[in-house]
Design a protein around this ligand. Structure first.
Ligand SMILES: [Zn+2]
Length: 291
């Protein structure tokens, strides 16, 4: 069962979220004949989708080395058959299936489908994490695939990089044009917004987005893509300069928050605990419910 075909079409390309595991998306970018797949952590649903539309996969784009992003590549390559597919991945990470190692400034250029993306180094979640950015052209907005760096109303955990690196990565992405469509690798929007509501209680856009995102999920639809402009208004990790965010942090933790980095560190640490507390409580009330 796939999510509804994504209505976003630009320059003759469709951007389709293929869900797998609990909350992952592989993004299939296709002109109707050829396809590029971003972060296929699990092959079967991607193969099944491409097979149903008779799509020929010519390239795979990987943002970082985690298994839920790269785990399906080998099986997907087998599906590609003799002609195979190019596999682009971060230059600073070791991923066995990668054939083109891409770092900051690298350009992915394909003819089938016609597709060009610039690589932006976005360390923080992992040390070598990269994002792929299709520039805007002829009235069509840019398209960003930030993997586990930027989520709708959230950001990735700091598993390998430093808080400084992650904040810089997020700042870089936040500077892209506001109309840029953002295609993260996870459907975390609602749980991120639960947290955003606590960080910035008077942000009305967060509240109304929570309601509309909830309605989308209830209808079985993805909440993605989001846009950079929207994230700048509702994502607490892109709003560490806001007085209310800092006031909430000062009140909650009783420590001074002298600069953006301090706010970001507290916010990221709090978010990790926030999720932990929720899981703990849910598990207490209904053992095994979350497994
Ligand atoms: Zn990850």
């Amino acid at each position: 069962m796939f999510a509804n075909p994504n209505p976003n079409m630009a320059n003759g390309l469709e951007y389709i979220p293929v869900p797998f595991f609990t909350d992952n998306y592989a993004w299939v970018i296709t002109d109707g004949s050829y396809a590029v797949v971003v972060d296929p952590g699990h092959a079967e649903p991607v193969i099944s989708y491409c097979h149903s539309r008779k799509l020929i996969v010519t390239a795979v784009l990987l943002t970082h080395h985690h298994a839920d992003h790269v785990g399906g590549v080998e099986d997907l390559l087998r599906f590609c058959g003799r002609k195979g597919a190019s596999v682009f991945g971060p230059a600073l990470e070791r991923i066995g299936t990668v054939t083109c190692r891409a770092g900051e400034g690298f350009e992915v250029r394909l003819n089938e489908p016609k597709f060009v993306a610039h690589v932006i180094a976005t360390p923080g979640h992992t040390a070598g994490h990269i994002s792929y950015y299709q520039l805007p052209e002829q009235g069509c907005p840019g398209h960003l695939f930030p993997g586990d760096t930027l989520f709708a109303s959230g950001c990735g955990r700091l598993l390998e990089g430093t808080a400084e690196e992650m904040l810089e990565s997020l700042d870089t992405l936040a500077e892209l044009p506001p109309s840029t469509l953002v295609f993260p690798a996870h459907e975390y929007t609602l749980s991120n917004l639960e947290f955003a509501k606590v960080c910035e209680p008077s942000n009305l856009q967060v509240r109304s987005w929570y309601d509309s995102a909830g309605a989308l999920r209830e209808a079985g639809k993805p909440t993605l893509p989001t846009t950079i402009g929207h994230e700048r208004n509702v994502n607490p990790f892109l709003r560490v300069q806001e007085a209310e965010v800092r006031d909430v942090l000062v009140e909650r933790f009783g420590v001074p928050v002298p600069h953006r980095l301090a706010a970001f560190i507290l916010l990221r640490a709090w978010k990790d605990l926030f999720q932990g507390e929720f899981r703990e409580l849910a598990e207490k009330w209904a053992p095994g419910f979350l497994n």
